[in-house]
Design a protein around this ligand. Structure first.
Ligand code: CA
Length: 511
């Protein structure tokens, strides 16, 4: 009898152990939220004082916040192409918005499908081609998409949904989670449209920031001395930003997405923009300096109002994951396709290898490292995401991927083997739409060396400790000559490593 009892006990124990092992081996789900143009300065967890983002901050408080995540080509489509391929633009073939993406090249999502993941992309995609078989499920915006009552494209159909785009994308994401195959782990990318230009806030956020007078960035009146490409751009708040289409002064309904508003939405927009904001404008029109500073205020108020909706919807997703018991088995990431200028150097938009657009927010809540609120200082590049996702899923990493997995950071010992000391960057799109000259360069923890080409054959060097706002180009200054030589060597090494022949040609011709 005793023997029999022990046998039952040992079988029960073995079953329990087996069950535990199965649970431990179960791969984590991955939810990656990619905002469009969300500056790290506009996230309170990054120390930004412009806005309080409690839901994004929650991810940081319960997870890790990366201080040095850099994009490899700071514009929308190319950054998404790099996210998918783990490769630089010159390798994945998508250098400029408007290029056609080769969907048949190796993508992390397809590798994860082979690994047994159920995969989905919901929201902004903007790669000029259909996702085809690269994700199991997808519902995307055509091109840039609209803020209000947008069209969506699925595998079967094109259809219009009523409502505000950020809410609708969250609805689609939650629908996928509800209907998914619970027997499989999932990977979902949620591609936000917001806060992309022309910054159309949800009705509930209209005027949310009107009582705040935001301080001017210290380099708002940049004279661009020693930086000819920066002087030549067409992305300034003073000259480029449009009163009607961007800031909605005396707005008309024939372009810029305003024609999508239904009668209730149009009434609210009329009341706010065509009455209140247009009257404010009339009060200062004619005074150039006052107008430029007013444009900055209006831009920030609309931009941050769009982020209020993004943050609220991150909260909705977290609540869903929590209520459905998925949060403890899901890696949640919040990032953006690049950073953005919020008046620094007098600009909006992105593109330049200067900090505000080179660096992008990156926050992870990983079930193994929750409640740790750690700041990660190592340098990462957007090419690292695909290999990291693949290592997490247990899939192999295709040879075409140029980034490195940082999954070991989340292992028990938590260290990265021989990590990089610098990141490589290459931007191409010129002259349209913002006349930012093509350039490539290298950033170390302290220095940044940039080579502009095309309209300007020109180098820039910044000492980020001495000059964090990148106002003083010290290239050619004798005290920096030795350093410049060693940075150039390192730049050549990186261009060779990533096989960027175009950049190598430019440097080698100069010698
Ligand atoms: Ca973007």
């Amino acid at each position: 009898m005793k023997h029999k009892y022990l046998t039952i006990l040992s079988i029960a124990f073995a079953l329990f152990a087996c069950q535990k092992q199965v649970e431990e081996k179960k791969p984590y789900n991955i939810l990656c939220i990619v905002a469009d143009d969300h500056a790290f300065q506009a996230i309170s967890a990054y120390g930004g004082e412009l806005i309080h983002t409690p839901n994004i901050d929650r991810l940081a408080e319960e997870g890790w916040i990366f201080d040095n995540m850099f994009v490899t080509n700071s514009i929308c489509g190319p950054s998404r192409a790099t996210l998918l391929t783990g490769a630089y633009s010159h390798k994945n073939g998508f250098r400029n918005n408007g290029d056609a993406f080769d969907i048949h090249q190796p993508l992390f999502s397809r590798e994860m499908k082979k690994q047994g993941y159920q995969t989905a992309w919901m929201g902004k995609w903007h790669l000029g081609v259909s996702p085809e078989d690269s994700f199991d499920e997808w519902v995307i915006l055509p091109g840039q998409g609209h803020y209000f009552n947008p069209d969506f494209i699925s595998r079967e159909d094109t259809f219009r949904l009523d409502g505000y785009v950020t809410d609708l994308i969250t609805d689609l994401a939650i629908d996928f989670l509800e209907d998914r195959d619970p027997g499989k782990p999932f990977l979902m990318v949620v591609g936000e449209k917001a806060p992309h230009r022309n910054w159309m806030p949800d009705l509930q956020d209209l005027g949310r920031f009107d009582s705040i007078d935001f301080p001017l960035p210290s380099n708002f009146y940049d004279d661009y001395e020693g930086r000819p490409a920066a002087a030549d751009q067409d992305m300034s708040i003073a000259k480029t930003m449009r009163l009607r289409e961007d800031l909605k002064v005396h707005l008309e309904y024939d372009k810029g997405g305003f024609g999508r508003l239904n009668s209730t939405q149009r009434e609210a927009y009329e009341k706010y923009y065509n009455e209140k904001i247009s009257a404010e404008y009339e009060g200062i029109a004619g005074d150039d300096k006052a107008l430029t500073e007013w444009k900055l205020q209006r831009y920030l108020k609309d931009y941050l109002a769009c982020i209020s909706s993004v943050d609220r919807n991150v909260g909705r997703l977290l609540q869903y994951l929590e209520a459905s018991g998925l949060l403890e088995n899901t890696i949640v990431i919040y990032t953006s396709d690049q950073g953005f200028y919020l008046g620094e150097h007098g600009w909006f938009d992105k593109r330049f290898m200067y900090e505000e657009s080179h660096k992008t927010p990156f926050i992870i809540r990983h079930p193994d490292t929750k409640h740790s609120n750690k700041r990660v200082r190592e340098m990462f590049a957007f090419v690292d995401l695909a290999p990291t996702f693949l290592e997490w899923s247990g899939a192999g990493i295709p040879e075409t991927m140029q980034g490195r997995s940082f999954a070991p950071l989340f292992s028990k010992d938590g260290s990265l083997p021989q990590w990089r000391n610098s990141v490589y960057y290459h931007y191409y799109e010129y002259p349209q739409p913002h006349r930012v000259a093509p350039h490539f360069g290298i950033r170390t923890d302290r220095y940044k060396l940039i080579r502009f080409y095309g309209p300007f054959e020109h180098w820039e060097l910044f000492d980020l400790h001495e000059d964090p706002y990148e106002m003083s180009n010290v290239y050619g200054v004798s005290a920096y000559e030795k350093l410049t030589e060693s940075l150039k060597k390192e730049l050549v090494q990186l261009a060779e490593l990533y096989e960027d022949e175009e950049a190598l040609d430019i440097i080698l011709k100069e010698k």
